[in-house]
Write a protein that binds this ligand. Structure first.
Ligand SMILES: Cc1cc2nc3c(=O)[nH]c(=O)nc-3n(C[C@H](O)[C@H](O)[C@H](O)COP(=O)(O)O)c2cc1C
Length: 203
């Protein structure tokens, strides 16, 4: 008996003031598509009614924001606050969620942004998926081209020089974001298959 694997609907919901985080959003999209997802990208500072509907219909949402002033950007916060109606109705409950961020400094307090994205997802009763990679670039044999070179677990963290163009987003950070898109898709597919199997045993 053959089964068609479920095709998860993944939305990448991100803000990017200067284009760096957008490069990561595109990498998340690529990773998700490679793993078989149907992907929609949503720039949250220009989110349309149709895109809100796509968010409501998603199996998984990957949130992305640059780190500004030690946290998520104001535009991302505006989107988060605009989603509060969905928080009240539970519209996003039990969807998979994950997150990524980018900042100019190696640390730059990026962890605050990832933790905020995780708390935001938890407020929506979403299921948070961490990065799922060991830390890179943390041993004598390691180097800065390792996946997860900045050593995050909660989500994907990237570092781009503040005065660099979009072409200066680090290749390892792009690959790490791509990994996150793949991982989210695999987890969404497994959850969906499990829910279908459970429903069949209950029928
Ligand atoms: C208002 C503002 C605040 C910033 N705050 C931080 C910060 O707290 N930590 C940091 O490392 N970089 C900070 N940066 C640098 C940005 O995170 C960095 O330039 C990033 O690549 C921008 O991403 P974007 O191109 O997607 O907007 C800040 C930049 C701006 C414009």
């Amino acid at each position: 008996m053959s089964h068609t694997p479920p095709q998860p609907r993944v939305v990448v919901a991100y803000h990017s003031g200067y284009g760096h985080t957008a490069v990561l959003a595109e990498a998340v999209r690529r990773g998700a598509e490679k793993a078989g997802a149907y992907v929609t990208s949503v720039a949250v500072d220009a989110v349309t009614d149709d895109q809100w509907r796509q968010l409501d219909a998603a199996d998984a949402v990957v949130f992305g924001s640059p780190t500004y002033m030690g946290g998520a950007s104001a535009a991302f916060h505006a989107f988060a606050e605009a989603s509060s109606g969905r928080y009240l109705t539970g519209a996003w409950a039990d969807k998979i969620a994950a997150g990524f961020t980018n900042s100019a400094s190696k640390s730059g307090d990026k962890l605050n942004t990832l933790n905020f994205l995780a708390a935001f997802a938890a407020q929506h009763h979403m299921i948070w998926v961490g990065l799922g990679l060991p830390p890179g670039w943390n041993a004598l044999t390691a180097d800065e081209n390792d996946l997860n070179r900045l050593g995050f677990w909660v989500g994907a963290g990237a570092q781009t020089p503040q005065d660099g163009g979009v072409e200066t987003v680090h290749g390892a950070d792009i690959a790490t974001a791509e990994h996150l898109g793949t991982r989210v898709t695999e987890q969404a597919a497994a959850l969906s298959a499990g829910r279908t199997a459970l429903a069949a045993t209950a029928a």
